[in-house]
Design a binder for this molecule. Structure first.
Ligand code: SAM
Length: 224
């Protein structure tokens, strides 16, 4: 079975209880953390704001932006039809696309003020490609924000401890290199994004453990 199909089926079956289980029981904090950090750097309430939620799932991150800006244009893309079905029920997004984020994103160049992704990069083998695409669809001086697991792949069994159901996925993640801070910041700069903030936070809690995440925010360079 392909990795992509595996991820899709896993999230399809999780979708109807994802919000309750992950956000409320596991205190999933990434969407709120990313929103707050972005809101500290740009006027999220401004009219005509255009935001892309990359690997949007059930829309927890988009909901934060919608609460702050009822008029924003919010688009999302995700592989899982189940997660997108839950997102649609909320009536939060203007446009939702089912598709993979590992290839070319189905959006025009420079068509968003902001592209953000939470809780997704740990499932992606080559985040640099996703960062490059997020950069392409964001306008000059716009923001790119994403979370990434912090040092999960340096320690054996860490992922299993936090997320037993994702153990299989860990087998195909290129552990280490592609999720380190230096790699991420290099990938941002190579894509014309200047890193403006990198910070650690606790992404969620499970089985007595705390899953450390890294939040990255970058600004698309004027001259890229
Ligand atoms: C842990 S959920 C996070 C969802 C949402 N961003 C959030 O913060 O709640 C991971 C999401 O990534 C999606 N995903 C995984 N691999 C993907 C890919 N290659 N392309 C698009 N979406 C993908 C899954 O379908 C799932 O909805």
């Amino acid at each position: 079975m392909s990795k992509t199909l595996m991820a899709m089926l896993q999230y399809d079956s999780w979708s109807s209880h994802y919000d309750d289980q992950f956000m409320r029981q596991n205190k999933y904090a990434a969407p709120r953390e990313a929103f707050n950090a972005v809101a500290a750097r740009t006027d999220v309430a401004r009219s005509n704001l255009r935001m892309l939620d990359v690997g949007c799932g059930t829309g927890l991150l988009s909901e934060e932006f919608r609460r702050a800006n009822p008029d924003a244009f919010i688009a999302g893309i995700d592989l899982s039809s189940g997660m997108l079905r839950e997102f649609r029920k909320k009536n939060v997004a203007n446009e939702l696309v089912q598709g993979s984020i590992t290839g070319r994103l189905p959006f025009h160049d420079a068509s968003f003020d902001l592209a953000a992704s939470t809780g997704v990069f740990e499932l992606i083998t080559r985040p640099a490609n996703v960062i490059a695409e997020m950069s392409r669809v964001v306008r000059k001086n716009g923001l790119v924000a994403f979370t990434s697991p912090h040092n999960w792949f340096d320690r054996p069994n860490t992922l299993e401890k936090y997320t037993p159901s994702l153990t299989a996925l860990a087998n195909w993640i290129d552990r280490g290199r592609s999720h380190r801070e230096a790699y991420m910041e290099h990938a941002m700069r190579s894509s014309g994004i200047e890193p403006v903030e990198t910070r650690q936070f606790i992404g969620y809690q499970k089985n007595g453990g705390k899953a450390p995440y890294q939040l990255y925010i970058g600004r698309k360079l004027d001259k890229s």
